[in-house]
Design a protein around this ligand. Structure first.
Ligand code: FAD
Length: 527
């Protein structure tokens, strides 16, 4: 999304000398859908988080992708224990309210700068402290246990929202740095992936090169080649660098974000393009560009950054990459031939007696699945996070399907729960071009690590424009982990490149959406 957003922003501002290098054979990254037998399911993003001020919502509205007269079905959740007993709704409601209150209190540390209790550093620790106090006042151990299981279930759910293994990993002081947009969560009737059509319609097909995996970004090319080609001593004086840049500007267009000239004969091109960023792809092709926007996910940066960039990224960036978390969150889709669940129920929360055992994931991984929710009457969706999700990624869909059927039979106390006709599990951690699901702020990290990642890099302090820029959800300090965060970061990066060339008014919105934010407030919308 970040790459497409950058491309659209450049096009809107009259710049089209760029290329998008995409490693996969498809575009969309973490926005992707696949067909099952009777459904098309989204493997990545599913919800537009918030309406007001959400550019993705605006694009969806402007392109007729939102069904505003759709009346949402009421959400009826049941919670069941391992012996198949259902928890009274009043208890579920009571604990949910308390939990939301505990979570809001965690968020306040960021917003109000309170000091946390001593030795409490994570959201998990803080919530568990509040849970302990809450349960203490209850007289019977049965009452305590049931409520504790609901809290544990909600914490597992929170790991899927935050993108981590355990809420003990999430920094308490930073939870509130994520900004929620008003308006609830919106689902597009034709699926989140339908947003890719309006995002690509203005980009000429030859601008997007799929199957181009970038393996090297040499962003200080001019200095190195000058030194090595001329056999000179290293000369980092600003004057020489500025001279190189001037030459570059006269032989290329000044805005050229993802590509200059590609070549299979790098030795011939090197001299000519010595001031450009040199981008090498796995297929042997080399590109030269005045500017590069790197939108590779944080998971890739964690694994590859030390080899990918030449010269190495500054230490402050490498340390931020290290500190931030890129957890694993996976989905499990179960598609059935016929409906079998009570039509009034939309979600079954699973209150496991004990948590998964990290030393015995083979026999306990599934205890991390906190619920199955209905997507349609014949499609269920389960979520799983962290080490257990990574373990699940080693199993076949058939193995997961068998386990899920056992779980449903047990918790619904119904041996006739059918086997699904199809089971599909995502494998975001295993994906070579993602290596996880989304960004979270780990204990010890902070919003400033995200800001450090977003910082563009210049060849010299005298340069007006950066050569290497970063975008992607992991670079948005308030909307990290979301599609709209990725979108806005891509637009910001493109804007950096445009900035000093275009002091005149810059076109920010797509033409069809100009006044949308203001009139949308008058429409009643529910997720
Ligand atoms: C299971 C799941 C559910 C989610 N649900 C939601 C949701 O409901 N709402 C929401 O807002 N967000 C959701 N998200 C998050 C959202 O999908 C991402 O935040 C967003 O799509 C990220 O966009 P991006 O451009 O930063 O990265 P990506 O979409 O990952 O794009 C990065 C691109 O870089 C490419 N790439 C990687 N390495 C290379 C390389 N070496 N060379 C060339 N190309 C490379 C990748 O193939 C990819 O296309 C979800 C994510 C997951 C995994």
């Amino acid at each position: 999304m970040a790459g497409l957003a950058a491309a659209n922003h450049l096009i809107k501002n009259g710049v089209d000398d760029f290329k998008i290098l995409e490693a996969r054979k498809r575009i969309g990254g973490r926005i992707v859908a696949i067909p099952l037998k009777n459904h098309v399911v989204e493997l990545g993003a599913n919800w537009i988080h918030g309406v007001l001020g959400n550019p993705i919502f605006e694009i969806a509205m402007a392109n007729g992708l939102v069904n505003i007269i759709n009346t949402p079905k009421p959400h009826k959740v049941i919670a069941a224990t391992e012996d198949g007993k259902q928890v009274p709704f009043a208890i579920l409601h009571e604990i949910y309210e308390a939990y939301v209150c505990f979570l809001r209190r965690c968020e306040e540390y960021f917003l109000c700068q309170y000091l946390p209790p001593p030795d409490v550093h994570s959201v998990g620790e803080h919530i568990n402290l509040e849970v302990a106090i809450y349960l203490e006042r209850l007289p019977s151990s049965e009452e305590k246990k049931l409520r504790r299981l609901i809290f544990e279930c909600l914490l597992k759910r929170e790991t899927c929202i935050s993108g981590c293994h355990s809420m003990d990993e999430i920094d308490l002081l930073e939870l509130g740095s994520y900004a929620e947009l008003q308006g609830g969560n919106i689902m597009l009737p034709s699926g989140y992936s339908s947003i890719l059509e309006p995002m690509t319609k203005k980009i000429a097909p030859d601008k997007i090169l799929t199957g181009y995996s970038v393996i090297k970004i040499n962003w200080n090319n001019g200095n190195q080649h000058r030194n090595s080609d001329d056999g000179e001593e290293s000369d980092d004086s600003d004057e020489t660098v500025i001279e190189d840049i001037t030459k570059s500007s006269s032989s290329y267009k000044s805005i050229n974000p993802c590509e200059g000239i590609s070549s299979n004969e790098p030795h011939k091109q090197k001299k000519k393009h010595s001031n450009c960023v040199e981008i090498t792809c796995e297929n042997g092709e080399i590109f030269y560009a005045n500017h590069v926007i790197c939108t590779m996910p944080l998971g890739i940066l964690k694994e590859e950054a030390s080899k990918l960039f030449e010269p190495a990224l500054p230490n402050y960036k490498m340390e931020s990459i290290d500190r931030l978390l890129f957890g694993t969150v996976d989905k499990i889709y179960l598609e059935y031939e016929r409906p079998f669940l009570n039509p009034d129920i939309t979600e079954i929360m699973l209150l496991w007696d004990s948590p998964p055992n990290k030393d015995d994931l083979e026999n306990t991984w599934f205890r991390k699945i906190y619920s199955f929710s209905k997507v349609t009457e014949t499609l269920l969706l389960g979520w799983i996070s962290g080490k257990e999700a990574e373990y699940m990624e080693t199993l076949s869909n058939e193995q997961v399907s068998i386990t899920c059927t056992k779980i449903l039979r047990q918790f619904l106390h119904d041996p006739f729960v059918p086997e699904p006709q199809k089971c599909v599990c995502t494998s975001w951690r295993k994906q070579k071009y993602t290596r996880g699901s989304y960004t979270a702020i780990a204990v010890g990290a902070s919003q400033s690590d995200i800001e450090a990642l977003a910082q563009p890099l210049y060849k010299s302090v005298h340069d007006k424009k950066p050569v290497l820029l970063f975008a992607g959800e992991h670079t948005h300090s308030n909307f990290y982990s979301t599609v709209h965060g990725a979108y806005l970061s891509g637009r910001t990066a493109a804007q950096h490149i445009l900035a000093s060339d275009q002091p005149q008014e810059v076109v920010l919105d797509c033409p069809d959406t100009t006044d949308l934010s203001s009139w949308i407030q008058g429409i009643h919308l529910e997720g």
